[in-house]
Design a protein. Sequence first.
Length: 470
Amino acid sequence: QKTDFGIIGLAVMGRSLALNMADHGFKVGGYNRSRMVTEDLVKEHPHENFIPFYELEELVRSQERPRKFLIMVKAGKPVDLVIDQLVPLLDEGDMILDGGNSFFEDTIRREKSLKEKGINYFGTGVSGGEKGARFGPSIMPGGDMEAYGHVAPVLEAIAAKAQGEPCCAYMGPDGAGHYVKMVHNGIEYADMQLIAEAYLLLKYVGGCSNREMADIFDEWNRMELKSYLIGITAGIFREKDDLSDQELLDMILDSAGQKGTGRWTSLESLKQGVNVSMITAACNARIMSNRVDPRKAAQSLFVSPEKKQPADKKAFGEQVRNGLYTAKIIAYAQGFELLAHASGEYGWNLDYGRIAAIFRAGCIIQADFLDDITHAFEKNPGLTNLMLDPFFLEKINAGQESLRHILAMAIINGIPVPAMSQAAAYLDASRGMPVGANLIQAQRDCFGAHTYERIDREGNFHHEWRLTDA
Ligand code: NBP
């Protein structure tokens, strides 16, 4: 049988994307290393447009040229192994898309080596988890711009739609798509951490019950924080446990997993010399959360601070909402600054407004707020930091007092709020407050003759430090 597209790897993501394509009228051929996975898919979800293959050669033969394949296997070595099996069967002009969470440097390497063989390789970020993949993900393809035209109709058809527009756009050459996906995931880490900190504040400082927090989050979801994550969190607060008579959230261990894309973003930011401290704080918060036993053991060692409750619980809730929104703007400003820096570094010419636009639906960080980011970059494509856009500047100026107040309450009450703390530190450093670097330069010159610059004249100076005793 003839097919329009081949999908290699039919686990959660591959099978969902295959069925999504099939729903949109494309003839999809599917192949999985373990035969049983393909057999189960056909049994569980028979679809007239999905054709199973049990030999890679047959899948390749089922297509007209240029052939198009989507690799949807575990990121890392498996992707190289699949490429090695597939490439000898292909012809010049054929196309391979990697839809997994591959590291962008691997994508740059693979794209370059396949280009030499005449094969177009697209590192394609796909966001939205299983449900997104099945019914409309956000898609971030990167590769050869001209060749993109061959796969655009399929990708844009299966992508989520925001105000009628597909949440899929060509990102740039080689690793651009996977880079954007990586930073998307980093922002997602920060976004989730901020929401978790708002939860801690409402619960342990504001004294709110899960029921109350569900109602608060529902209300927030009708305002400027409206987003997928706030919406599901409201539902999570209401969820009952099946295994006890408790609310489920209270029965879940306080220890979060991570697969590594947040960490990649953080490591990459250090390489680029860009401050994404809130993403790094979110990674570190997960690392701390994993120390379950040592944290428990230390409870009896450290003195707990005396509790200080807010005078007005409702007003405090409003401050948490404002503080959360302010911190969220700063997290996105950091993420988009990393994208801007990488765009210059790797020569990608990223379109930040378009990137925000394709995050509006399908993906985990989808939010109304992204429209405001798109507008900011449309008004000023050369915007260096989102916080400087007049709309966001006004919001930060209006919300920073709340952020500072809830941070103070968190610290007095001994509640860890690392991402919100970093938001305030980044804001204060950005708004030109002294950061103490004059003293650091003095120390560096003192112990290592590293020289310093002066505020009153040009040049590099070294001082013979006398360091006299009192
Ligand atoms: P997994 O990441 O769990 O990978 C399982 C698939 O990889 C199976 O089809 C497996 O085949 C195949 N595979 C492996 Br493992 N080694 C292979 C090899 N050497 N040769 C051929 N196939 C091999 O699947 P997933 O959760 O569907 O995710 C796929 C990609 O999408 C990953 O990169 C993931 O990070 C990314 N992603 C996942 C999500 C999500 O919500 N799950 C969201 C966004 C992106 P087998 O059946 O024979 O073992």
